[in-house]
Write a protein that binds this ligand. Sequence first.
Ligand code: ZN
Length: 147
Amino acid sequence: MGGEYMEKKRGVVKIFFKDKGYGFINSGEKDFYFDVKNIVGANLPNNGASVEFNETEGKKGPAAANVVILQNIKADSDDSRVICEHCKKKMVPRIVLHQGEPQHSVCPFCGGVYKKFPWPLSKKVALVAFIVVFLFLASRFIALISR
Ligand SMILES: [Zn+2]
């Protein structure tokens, strides 16, 4: 591996979900996923904290390992707030549920979508099954009318 000899990257904690235990660091060129387990030391970073980390490849893309907090941002009530890309207001995204599953989070001010959540596997399977049945019925229908 030799990871400890790799040059460290610097970035800023874009968002860290303390309740979920993960977040993203922006290096200026891209975002790196990090888990609370990848943080060196006992302190947790707040949004906007400067950090140093090793770049690794995670399951879902670029990830950060050995995250060292260089300069933390003082925690305050703005902690979990993000800037809405639609209305540019600081807000806490509101999660919208559909049939008990989180669908997306929206800005409470303008209602703009902040983040879409990936579909759960059960829904993907249901969609594929629906397409297969649809194609089967369509082929039967075409066979019927072309007789
Ligand atoms: Zn907004």
